[in-house]
Design a protein around this ligand. Structure first.
Ligand SMILES: Nc1ncnc2c1ncn2[C@@H]1O[C@H](COP(=O)(O)OP(=O)(O)O)[C@@H](O)[C@H]1O
Ligand SMILES: [Mg+2]
Length: 372
């Protein structure tokens, strides 16, 4: 087994990471957890068959190792450290997920089970067992409790997961004791806070700096081509820019008409290219979007058909508006913006679009107010 500390040191040596004493401290804790997990076998996963069944009857259940709850402000390396741990930990049945994605999937499954179990049935035990069988090491990025429904579901689900011997590692911006506090219903959540504190060691990561700032490598905003991989990158951008606000459908009123935004979360919205540029939308709609959202993600920008001038003009208009409003634009496209509209067909107005798109790739575009 390659311990997290070995990998961390390799990366420091290769200068992809800067040595950071606070991170180093966490890395050693992750080493310890890796070692404990290497020999741990939760009851729910003890080998099947007679022997396994007998063993689980006769043996006292083994106390699971305590998980880790990594708390700290943004950019300190919490997710990086958890990913490093996740990659090394010698556990076969493990899951690493963003907390929003986990919640979405959990609600979906909860409702299916609820229907199956009928009125008065309780889907939580089944839900917990299914999950524990799939993975008994759960790693959550950006753990948070958004509303009372989350609080109620998670409180019961986690109680059962822990009882089944599941181990949880999480990153968060919020201390355990402050999860879902100062809100209606918070008192009912107190027992869950106690359980979380018993099952996880809470450690604060006081890394020396916010490693997001002054990062040297440029984050790509125009991703080619439109592959699953690139769309997953954009999923991450969506989650990051939503700052923990759950995704929902939204409606904007533009001059008395309704403009539907299928994927919105906080200040970020995501569209398919065709849904913005191949339908009867105009500058008023684009302006409403640009004023409402700081970040827009656009999927599947094709190579333009020169015959389809409407689409090209709409795209130009969209870029003009996003540029004027200093909106961050992330896309998946078939090719780079110099080539989505072939030079030999190109109308002169598109040169401006290219120049603006060029400027909008800058690392600080949309992050700081533009000098006028
Ligand atoms: N010691 C380090 N040296 C260089 N870059 C780092 C270091 N720690 C973290 N980073 C980078 O800084 C960025 C922010 O880290 P991340 O793990 O996302 O922070 P957090 O989850 O705490 O917000 C990532 O790109 C990460 O790879
Ligand atoms: Mg993070």
């Amino acid at each position: 087994m390659n311990l997290p500390s070995a990998v961390y040191q390799e990366r420091v040596k290769a200068e992809t990471l800067k040595q950071d004493a606070a991170q180093q401290k966490i890395v050693f804790m992750l080493d310890q957890l890796c070692k404990s997990l290497a020999t741990y076998q939760p009851a729910v996963h003890s080998a099947g068959g007679m022997f396994g069944a007998l063993k689980s009857i006769w043996q006292k259940p083994i106390q699971p190792p305590k998980g880790l709850y990594l708390v700290g402000s943004v950019g300190r390396g919490k997710s990086m450290l958890m990913d490093l741990f996740y990659a090394q930990v010698p556990v076969q049945y493990k899951i690493r997920t963003h907390f929003h994605i986990f919640m979405q999937e959990t609600y979906k499954r909860f409702h299916v089970l609820k229907q199956q179990s009928g009125k008065g049935g309780d889907p939580i035990p089944t839900l917990a067992r299914e999950l524990a069988q799939k993975a008994w090491l759960l790693c959550f990025d950006e753990f948070q409790i958004n509303d009372i429904a989350d609080a109620v579901l998670l409180g019961r689900l986690f109680e059962q997961l822990f009882a089944l011997g599941v181990v949880v590692v999480a990153t968060s911006n919020v201390r355990i004791e402050n999860l879902f506090q100062n809100r209606p219903g918070a008192d009912a959540f107190k027992p869950f806070i106690k359980i979380l504190s018993q099952q996880m060691n809470e450690v604060e990561l006081n890394a020396a700096q916010d490693y997001r700032l002054g990062r040297s490598e440029n984050e790509q905003r125009w991703l080619i081509p439109c592959t699953m991989h690139n769309k997953e990158q954009l999923d991450h951008v969506f989650l990051r820019e939503s700052h923990g606000v759950p995704e929902k459908e939204e409606m904007l009123l533009v001059m008395g008409r309704k403009l539907n935004i299928p994927h919105a979360a906080g200040d970020v919205a995501r569209f398919k290219f065709a849904d913005l540029c191949d339908v009867a939308l105009g500058v008023g709609d684009y302006l409403a979007l640009a004023q409402r959202f700081k970040t827009i993600i656009l999927d599947d920008i094709p190579v333009f058909n020169p015959e389809n001038v409407n689409v090209i003009e709409r795209f130009t208009m969209l870029i003009d508006v996003l540029y004027e409003q200093n909106v961050k634009l992330y896309v998946s496209a078939e090719t780079d913006f110099e080539h989505i509209y072939r030079k030999e067909d190109r109308r002169s107005f598109f040169e401006r679009t290219i120049s603006r798109l060029n400027e909008m790739q800058g690392q600080n575009w949309g992050n700081v107010a533009r000098a006028v």
